[in-house]
Structures are given as structure tokens and as C-alpha cells.
Design a binder for this molecule. Structure first.
Ligand code: SDX
Length: 429
């Protein structure tokens, strides 16, 4: 554009200011020059929940919420889900380019070499009650890994960051599988580097007494696709947590624990578990209209619907829905799908949802597949965290290498008391 600037007139002083526009944004710090007098701190931008605030410049993931577009490093999610294995996409997200065959082989070898976790982690897992929520255990054991890898504190060393990233991506399925086995009173199954990333995860979860666990290729492929779809999603709540905690130069393990904590919330990654509980509560297609009424009367949320960015169908939900049919050929159809499909049909034809641009998001159908694969709802969000570890690590690495970034410390608009003097106890109340 000819003149990428904004001219602002402060009507309090009639002063005008010209502020540069770059990539569709102004720098909030350029507002600080707008003052009513030299003592004035200057203008702040106030944006609760960061509805319209860019915290960084990133080249990892692009989302167009109005058109339902999601791309990792420029590649459409539909093409990646159809043509890639998860680790191939993890390499792309971390390195910016699709790997050559040799690069992928080396990356997979690095991951396989780091699948094991320190034995003491089993002791930590065994300190939890068997019915502890797996997301709380995952956050705890990720933070515990920090104590085994003190070199991870060298966060300004790109090679060291890469070493820790490989460890995090490699070990998160092992942490998840170990607690899954412990919570069911089953012996641990150690990682098997002969298998694929998802195949190894399946074996650590489900191996019984058979001499050699056979990976079901349909289930392995479905998990791969689900992992690809969940790998990154730009500046979502948990990625923001990863970046914010990382900005203090904390090590990546405790940053990942913080990101896991953020993902645990029912408004974020915890929604996939809540969707299944919602479908269980609805129970049958006949009960959908009354549930929808409760939602419209603001007594409930329609879990798995709505999104801060997508004001159109979440492209991931569409792919998951397509994947469900292939999974059900192996596992048998999950009857909850009928309730979900009817719920979607009714919601998408109801003005309440249409006017608010509420569509199914990634969490609406994922739980139905997970349940058909034999997972219990409380582990669904762990199945989100495992692939998202790649996205969190890529966002963290990008931030640590960004010369513009420093410790995150937002400002506030203070609305509390002005100065007041201490009141002795006998004069209060
Ligand atoms: C994920 O950010 C990401 O990228 C996240 C994620 C990722 O990959 O990292 O995509 C993963 O977290 C997906 C979202 C999973 N969460 C859920 O499914 C929980 C249910 N959804 C809602 O909580 C909500 O839609 C959010 C949290 C997802 C988005 O909330 P926003 O952007 O703050 O929107 P809002 O709450 O301001 O809603 C706008 C309107 C409101 O109505 P009004 O007050 O304007 O009348 O829509 C309503 C809301 O009440 N609304 C819903 C609703 N979601 C929004 N009403 C009923 N059910 C819902 N689910």
C-alpha cells in the first residue's frame, strides 16, 4: 500500500500522531507516545484474553478462521493428513520444510533413541492414586523430567534446545502409556524402537501376554492422522503458556508442564473429554432438543462447538469425521456418532448457533473415535497433548530464537484504590 500508516488525532489534546502499519498490525508501543502531558505514562492498548493482540511474529502455522483454512509451514492440513506420517509432519513443523527420505530417517532414529524415560519416573507415577487424572500426571511427570536433564537450562543454545525437543517428543507417549498401564494395574511395557511412533505407543498401551504385539495398521493410521491434526494451532492457550513460561528462560520440560496444564482446561483441550460426557448425558437423539434449549438458555455449553478463530467449520473436524468411518470398519460403529451427527445437524440449522458462527471444532468428533479405539474419556486430552508437544516445542524454539522477544510481562489498567493510609485493627469494620 502507498502509505502504510495510521494517523491518530488525540481529541484530548488535538495532537496528531502517525503510526506505521506492518503486516496488518501496529506496534502497541507506538501508542505510548500519545500523552496528555509530559508526566502522562502514555496510551496503553487494553485487550482482555488477547482477542485482537498479536504476541509474536510466527512462520509455523497459518489459520484463516473465516475460510476454515489451516496450514503447517504453508502446507494445507488436508494434504498433510492424507500423505504423511506423524513424524514427517513433526519434522516439517520443527524445521520448516518437509524432510527428505534421509532427513526423516535420521529424525526418526533420534526420536527412537530417546523413547525411554528414567526409571525413577515409574516411582513418581506410582505415587499417584490409580484414578488420578492422566493430564495432572502428565504435567507432573513432564516437570519431573526437568530434574533429570539439568543441561536443558541452556535455553539460549539452539543445539541444546533441539536435543531437549527430541527428548520431549520421544518421551511424552512413554509417560502417557506408563500411567495408563499403572492405572489399570498392568505391568509396564517398555518402548519398542522397531515400531512407528504411533505403533510403539499402541504397543506400550495395549500389549497383553502375546509374545509379539501386532499393530493394527488401520488403528495405527487413524492415530497418525489424529496426531497430525493436533500437532500445532498457532497461538492457542497452551502455546501461549509455553511461550510465556519459556520467556523467563525456564527449561522446556517445566514449560511443557505449564502448556499441559493449560490444555487440561475444559474450554481448551479438555473439551474432547467433555464432549463424550455431554453425549453420555444426552443419551439419545430424542433428548437433543431439550439439551439444545439448555444451551440456548445458557445453562450449558455445547462442548466441541465454537472457536476463537474458526468462524467456519474447523477443517480438522471434517477430516476426523472422515477418518471415523475407516476406524469403525475395524472397531465397529460407535453409537455416540449418531447423537453427535444429529446434534451437529440441529445446531447448524439453529439461528442461535448460526448467528454466533458456532461450528464443530477439533474436539467434537475426536473423542468418538478415541472411544471406539478403546480409550476412556479421561485420557482423551492426553492424546491431544502427545502430538501438540511438537507444536509447543516449535513455538518455544521460535520464540527463543526471536531477537524481538523478551520476558513476557503484560501491563494492566489499574482500577483499584488510590493512596490510602494504614487503619489500625481497632478502627476497622
Ligand atoms: C481447542 O485456540 C485454539 O486454537 C484451540 C484449539 C487448538 O487446536 O489449540 O483449537 C483446541 O481448544 C478447541 C476449542 C475446544 N473447546 C470447546 O469446545 C469448549 C466449548 N467452546 C466454547 O467454550 C468457546 O467456543 C471457546 C472457548 C472455544 C471459544 O470461546 P470465545 O472465542 O471466547 O467465544 P465466546 O465465549 O466469546 O462466544 C461467543 C458467543 C457467546 O454468546 P454471546 O455472549 O455473544 O451471546 O458464542 C457463545 C458464547 O456464549 N458460545 C457458545 C459456545 N461457544 C461460544 N455457546 C454455547 N456453546 C458453546 N460451545
Amino acid at each position: 500500500m502507498a502509505n502504510d500508516t495510521l494517523t491518530i488525532t488525540d481529541n484530548r489534546t488535538n495532537a496528531t500522531y502517525t503510526i506505521p502499519i506492518k503486516d496488518g498490525a501496529i506496534r502497541a508501543m507506538d501508542l505510548r507516545q500519545i500523552k496528555t502531558d509530559p508526566e502522562d505514562f502514555g496510551l496503553l492498548s487494553y485487550d482482555p484474553a488477547f482477542m485482537n493482540t498479536a504476541s509474536c511474529r510466527s512462520s509455523i502455522t497459518f489459520i484463516d478462521g473465516d475460510r476454515g483454512i489451516l496450514r503447517y509451514r504453508g502446507y494445507p492440513i488436508e494434504q498433510l493428513a492424507e500423505n504423511c506420517r506423524f513424524l514427517e509432519v513433526a519434522y516439517l513443523i520443527l524445521n520448516g520444510e518437509l524432510p527428505t527420505a534421509r532427513q526423516l530417517e535420521e529424525f526418526e532414529a533420534q526420536i527412537k533413541a530417546e523413547l525411554a524415560v528414567p526409571e525413577n519416573i515409574k516411582r513418581i507415577i506410582e505415587g499417584f492414586h490409580h484414578d488420578a487424572h492422566p493430564m495432572a500426571v502428565l504435567a507432573s511427570t513432564l516437570a519431573a523430567l526437568s530434574t533429570f536433564y539439568p543441561d536443558a537450562k541452556k535455553v539460549r543454545d539452539p543445539a541444546n534446545r533441539r536435543k531437549q525437543i527430541i527428548r520431549l517428543i520421544a518421551k511424552v507417549p512413554t509417560l502417557a502409556a506408563y500411567f495408563y498401564r499403572y492405572s489399570r494395574g498392568l505391568p509396564y511395557v517398555d518402548p519398542d524402537p522397531r515400531l512407528s511412533y504411533t505403533g510403539n505407543f499402541m504397543k506400550m498401551l495395549w500389549k497383553g501376554l502375546e509374545p509379539d504385539y501386532q499393530v493394527n495398521p488401520v488403528v495405527e493410521r487413524a492415530l497418525d492422522i489424529l496426531f497430525i491434526l493436533h500437532a500445532d494451532h498457532e497461538q492457542n492457550c497452551s502455546a501461549n503458556a509455553m511461550r510465556s513460561v519459556g520467556s523467563s528462560e525456564a527449561d522446556p520440560y517445566v514449560c511443557a508442564a505449564a502448556a499441559t496444564a493449560a490444555l487440561f482446561g475444559p474450554l481448551h483441550g479438555g473439551a474432547n473429554e467433555q464432549v463424550l460426557r455431554m453425549l453420555d448425558e444426552i443419551g439419545s437423539v430424542e433428548n437433543i432438543p431439550s439439551y439444545i434449549e439448555d444451551v440456548k438458555n445458557r445453562k450449558r455449553l455445547l462442548m466441541g462447538f465454537g472457536h476463537r478463530i474458526y468462524k467456519n467449520y474447523d477443517p480438522r473436524a471434517r477430516i476426523i469425521k472422515q477418518t471415523a468411518d475407516k476406524v469403525f470398519e475395524v472397531t465397529g460403529r460407535n453409537p455416540k456418532l449418531d447423537i453427535a451427527l444429529e446434534l451437529e445437524r440441529i445446531a447448524l440449522s439453529d439461528e442461535y448457533f448460526i448467528s454466533r458462527k458456532l461450528y464443530p471444532n477439533v474436539d467434537f468428533y475426536s473423542g468418538i473415535i478415541y472411544q471406539a479405539l478403546g480409550f476412556q474419556p479421561e485420557i482423551f486430552t492426553v492424546l491431544f497433548a502427545i502430538p501438540r508437544m511438537t507444536g509447543w516445542c516449535a513455538q518455544w524454539d521460535e520464540m527463543m530464537g526471536d531477537p524481538e522477544q523478551k520476558i513476557a510481562r503484560p501491563r494492566q489498567v489499574y482500577i483499584g484504590y488510590g493512596h490510602r493510609d494504614f487503619v489500625p485493627m481497632d478502627q476497622r469494620g
